[in-house]
Design a protein around this ligand. Sequence first.
Ligand code: FES
Length: 569
Amino acid sequence: MSTTRKLRSQSWFDSLEYYSFARRAYLRSEGLSRESFFGKPVIGICNSWSELNHCNIHLRTVAEAVKRGVWQAGGVPLEFPTISLGEVFMRPTTMLFRNLMAMDVEESIRANPLDGVVLLCGCDKTTPAQLMGAASADVPSIFVTGGPMLSGDYKGAKIGSGTDMRKMFDLYRTGQMSEEELCEFEGCAARSNGHCMVMGTASTMTSMAEALGMTLPGCASIPAPDSRRLAMAEASGRRIVEMVSEDLRPSAIMTRDAFDNAIKVCMALGGSTNAVVHLIAIAGRLGIDLTLEDFHRFSQQTPYLANIRPSGGYLMEDFFYAGGLPALLRNVLPLLNGSCVTANGRTLAENNSEAACYNTDVIRPLDNPLNAEGGTFILYGNLAPNGAVIKHTASSPHLLQHRGPAYVFDDHEEMLAELLRDDLPVDENTVLVLKNGGPHGGPGFPEWGHIPMPVKLLKQGVKDLVRISDARMSGTSFGTVVLHISPESAIGGPLAAVRTGDTIVLDTAARRIDLDLPPAEIDARLASFARPKPRYERGYGKLFLSHVTQAHLGCDFDFLSALPPAAED
Ligand code: FES
């Protein structure tokens, strides 16, 4: 590599001061000769590998492939860890720690002698956290996503992790599946490394990284165990060295137009509702003001094309064999700004306009969509003055216009216990309401919004109810579920006023979610609302509660979403 631009790392290693000498000496303690690193671009490999995060368990192998590429291109790879966020292990929720990981990523990049960074991610929150951190640090960066697991397989049927696990657990809860069968199923649902292989939050956010232009083309869809993922990692290692030479930074790739593209791609994918929160937060790091209305507008303009669970029928492995994200991008290119530059230095259109599709049932063309509109609708109304989200493609059509009596749970634990009751006073018209699931209420904005179906109704064959909350839900979930109600109940949002027996009106055609009570009655109830005592009085939890923004603003910390300081040269 040749460049006339001074490398950022030179100010660490190439000056006359004592610490330059000391840094060279200590780096040589890793076994590197002076010739192997001096004067060369230093590439950090930001690794979210952890044995507490099974989805990212293979990322050390991926890192080795990245290192090969970096060495081949004349750079010096130095791998470093950050906190990782294992979706199903962490309590109370990984979302509580997304901003912590983003800060870890940002400050690790900024504080160290790095000229460029390759970021390795996969499980739900690791991708948005790394995108937020990389955006704020604004040092040349490329993402290598970990890829989805292979399809699950149980008794000859293809199984999607998350989505089908919930369905099977409902069978177990209602006595239709034995303990032995559940045990066998456990070994079939997540049978390789990689992240969940439905269009959940992980597949959505890794696809967003590619749609934004932060990966090489085709990266997101390659299954985790496929050898082509390592080849992709090696190519990304070579490419980051060139990006350093070109000074191609995240702020030049993740532009307003790139975010508009990403939202449309999310709609065409039937992507996770969590992408709404994450994309707003990532954009905020770059001073780009995405709003809920952007999501609704682009949802109405973008047909739903990717036939993948939970909204569709196939799995991510099928999506890859059908052509993967490049094939979908080719189909939606007429709706996108194809001139956006991507990590390989070419435009989105140049990268994808010739992509082939090998299965038009998995990746539908624009003139044969699964739905004329995208997957995510934004609702307002007297229950959600600042907005709420519903994934209507994963909802029951007959419930999208619904009026019914509320049954209210004040917290998550109460809800879980009550849902098991055979005498729970609910029927197919009931609207289940969960309070205290938002950023402050959870705390941390947990994925409690997919309120499980009451066992009593499952036994009667009722498969879906309208469910509303200020919580999120897993992107692998499904049902007629209104989420992210803002402002949340724990800070006195209107959801706090709902009582069991009140009438709730869901009208997706009018984009409304309302409590059918006179405004004066709602105001009177809210006037007596007492904010619960904060869960955290110290430490990171206190920082979170002091600074997290509401759902419609992305739940970043208020002090992080401003324009970043310029990275040092
Ligand atoms: Fe990591 Fe599903 S548990 S993506």
